[in-house]
Design a protein around this ligand. Structure first.
Ligand code: GLY
Length: 382
């Protein structure tokens, strides 16, 4: 993996660039301000033919589609668009079918490229449509949320939800290019920024203690809108993720570290019923704190580590205990049932990402349900 700072010839746009190395499926991740305005020039070299279909949602379309279309036209790239309603409900088989029908109606061919313009929902859905239509066509990610810039747009996980759970239909299918435009974060409400920030912190906690130190100093300014700090953080997270994915694309080992806090977080989201009561990143922040509590209970790390993580999440305004989720009735038994259906349980034991300290996370396949129940019960009164 290489990274460096570049200046676009066409526009003098300054951006960071790194490559995710996966042999012939390697691709560039560009991170900088106003990249959407110059997207055509960056995209043209990776296209098989100068024709794309942009898939986006109605909110993002209003904000960024006109500029994207302008830059595609200036670069001589033919384009059309499919605009979906905003929200998780579009990650479904029926919306996938409708997208594929529209693509086929527009007579796309195997050299047409899809562009995902939006957050994680649009990225996952577009990537999966690209993976299956005509047995696979190229796609490009233009993530417009912090969460999608630091996580879902990189690494090729694509998919849709079913009535049995989230992301249960999908594939590993890598994009041809990722353009993370830092300027697009300016239109996000603070709550959405914080939801993405929970995942930013995750990278420090997995294997980069100096990054966590840096976030303790810079996190507040970053969340409040400092562009240079945001660019630096997105770059650090994408570099960390690219490093892990290039070694373990299909999560047979190390990639599972990226699930730190997610076993708890997914159980919480499922129990609450995937609503605005808790955003994904908020559930991940709580999940990460619980994973650290579990590590203390199992005598793997000190209490000070949990306090540091909790204090940091609290200082930026993320929820850190069940009482921070208004209107939700925390129930350890229900959460355990959710975990059992989310993960494979073997002899009453679950897989978790645990830690020996800040930046020292590891995969544990033998966690006793009783220890999990203990920390969930303890959290009830926190
Ligand atoms: N979001 C975790 C992963 O991409 O593996």
């Amino acid at each position: 993996m290489e990274s460096d700072l570049k200046v676009s010839d066409q526009t003098m746009t300054v951006y960071d660039s790194l490559s995710l190395e996966l042999g012939e499926r390697s691709y560039q991740i560009l991170i900088g301000a106003n990249l959407i305005n110059d997207a055509g020039a960056f995209i043209l070299p990776v296209l098989r033919q100068p024709r794309v279909v942009v898939i986006t949602d109605e909110n993002v379309a209003q904000l960024y589609l006109p500029n994207l279309k302008r830059s595609l036209s200036s670069a001589g790239i033919g384009h059309s668009e499919i605009i979906l309603q905003a929200g998780e409900c579009t990650k479904s088989l029926s919306h996938l079918e409708s997208i594929i029908d529209q693509l086929l109606m527009q007579k796309i061919d195997r050299d047409t490229t899809l562009i995902a313009l939006g957050g994680g929902v649009i990225g996952d859905l577009t990537g999966f449509a690209a993976a299956v239509v005509l047995r696979g066509i190229d796609f490009i990610q233009i993530p417009t949320t912090l969460l999608s810039q630091v996580d879902s747009s990189v690494g090729g996980k694509t998919g849709i939800n079913t009535k049995y759970g989230k992301n249960l239909i999908g594939s590993y299918y890598q994009p041809k290019l990722v353009l993370a435009d830092i300027t697009s974060l300016e239109s996000l409400p603070l709550r959405e920024i914080l939801s993405g920030y929970a995942e930013v912190v995750k990278y420090g906690l997995i294997n980069d203690a100096p990054f966590f130190d840096w976030l303790e100093k810079s996190g507040n300014a970053l969340c409040e809108g400092d562009k240079a700090l945001r660019q630096q953080a997105v770059m650090t997270c994408c570099r960390a993720k690219a490093d892990i994915v290039s070694q373990d694309e299909r999560e047979s080992g190390e990639r599972a570290l990226l699930n730190l806090g997610h076993t708890f977080g997914h159980a919480l989201e499922a129990d609450i019923g995937y609503s605005d009561t808790i955003l994904h990143g908020e559930a991940v922040a709580l999940g990460i704190i619980l994973a650290h509590e579990l590590s203390v209970t199992m005598k793997l790390c000190s209490k000070e580590v949990v306090h540091r993580v909790k204090d940091h999440y609290q200082s930026v305004g993320l929820p850190v205990s069940p009482s921070d989720i208004s209107g939700y009735n925390w129930n350890p038994n229900r959460l355990i049932s959710q975990m059992k259906s989310d993960k494979k349980v073997k002899d009453g034991r679950l897989t978790f990402i645990l830690t020996k300290g800040i930046g020292s996370a590891f995969i544990a396949n033998d966690v006793a349900l009783e220890d999990v129940r203990t920390i969930l019960a303890k959290a009830t009164n926190s």
